[in-house]
Ligand binder design. Structure first.
Ligand code: AMP
Length: 363
């Protein structure tokens, strides 16, 4: 069997691009399906330009590739099931279905994987919000289609109920208790169907619900970090994981709650390109090809700063002043506000510096 494969990636954004770069330097060929001919991955891979749910285009991709993967979870799982050959999508479509629906996801995490999640219940209409104990706070989240805080409503009292009821009547939702936590953290884990590679715990700082900064290692105790990694392993084992998964969690003094999973490389793992001996994209490719996985080493503490559309000039100025920082730009043509245009990774093990980093530059 040839060691050089043709890998098909559904989605050609920055995650597809960085996956493709890893695959290409390992000697593989990459074909990407994306509706935009000039998407970031088009710079490094052959393209099939079509909508993601175009069954004929998916079939063409499946026919031309040995292995398929995706860069985002909102892929049409039924359409994929209809076109893939056996074992052609090592991540499987079950994981996609779990990650696409917060109800399936919460049920899987709490009941099957047995990890702690925020107390939750399913809400099918505003009737389910009647008699809510408003001495507590909640987050109402749509079961499907939410991202970066969209499709969510925090309920802190009577005044929030009107909007929450509208959301609850528009679509199926999950009502979670509002969790008090110190830090948001995440763990990247990759599997090859049998073994796993676990990355260090990342600390994530969001602005306007968009990831702004990732600090590695997270500023938590070693015990808590080990707990976070073992929760990620518990989830990955239950899934028989192939490829890279990100587990997002809330950390308080001595407890961790799992918030959600993303069945793909994640923005909070980009630092691994320079700061680890293998990146989350490398282990994704190794994992989906069923190859042995390395033990992950962090070369040095690192910080990743996201470069959004409004940060482009400031990021360039920052790089000019800090030439040892690593700037990645994804090659997107238009720098729209809040659009992820690139990121910067800097090595730093000074907590004060980490806290300040990016502040003056506004990114
Ligand atoms: P999510 O879409 O689930 O990642 O939520 C977006 C953001 O909302 C998270 O990054 C948290 O900052 C916040 N959040 C989500 N769920 C909760 C919760 N149950 N309690 C407190 N904050 C939450």
């Amino acid at each position: 069997m040839s060691s050089t494969k043709t890998i098909g990636i559904i989605g050609g954004g920055q995650l597809g691009q960085m996956m493709a770069i890893s695959a290409i330097y390992m000697g593989h060929k990459v074909i990407v399906l994306d509706p935009a001919a000039n998407c970031p991955a088009s710079r490094v891979a052959e393209m099939i330009v079509a909508p993601y749910n175009d069954v004929e285009a998916l079939r063409q991709l499946a026919e031309r590739c040995d292995v398929l993967t995706y860069e985002f979870e909102n892929v049409d799982a039924d359409a994929l099931d209809a076109v893939i050959r056996e074992n052609q999508l090592p991540q499987g479509t079950d994981l996609l279905r779990i990650a696409q629906n917060r109800i399936f996801e919460k049920n899987f995490l709490s009941k099957e994987a047995g990890v702690p999640v925020a107390p939750y219940r399913v809400v099918t209409s505003s009737l389910d919000l009647e008699n809510l104990d408003l001495s507590r706070s909640y987050v109402l989240k749509t079961a499907t289609g939410g991202y970066d805080g969209h499709g969510q409503k925090v309920i802190r009292g009577q005044a929030d109920l009107e909007e929450a009821s509208r959301l609850a009547n528009s679509t199926e939702c999950v009502l979670e208790e509002f969790v008090t936590f110190d830090r948001e953290i995440s763990v990247i884990i990759s599997g090859n169907g049998t073994d796993m590679a676990v990355f260090p715990v990342q600390e994530n700082i969001h602005r306007s619900n968009i990831l702004s900064k990732t600090i590695v290692p997270a500023r938590i105790s070693d015990e808590l970090a080990q707990k976070a990694q073992s929760l990620a392993v518990q989830i990955a084992k239950k899934l028989g994981l192939s490829g890279t998964l990100c587990v997002e969690m809330f950390a308080a003094d001595d407890s961790i709650i799992v918030n959600e999973i993303a069945p793909r490389p994640h923005n909070s793992g980009h630092y691994s390109i320079e700061a680890c001996d293998f990146s989350q994209f490398d282990t994704h490719i190794l994992g989906i090809l069923g190859q042995p996985l390395p033990e992950i080493k962090l070369h040095a503490p690192a910080v990743m700063l996201n470069v959004l559309g409004q940060h482009m000039d400031k990021a360039q100025a920052y790089i000019a002043a800090n030439p040892s920082a690593h700037l990645h730009l994804y090659g997107k043509l238009e720098a729209k506000p809040n659009r992820k245009m690139g990121h910067v990774t800097v090595f730093s093990d000074m907590p004060d510096e980490v806290e300040e980093m990016g502040k003056g530059t506004d990114f």
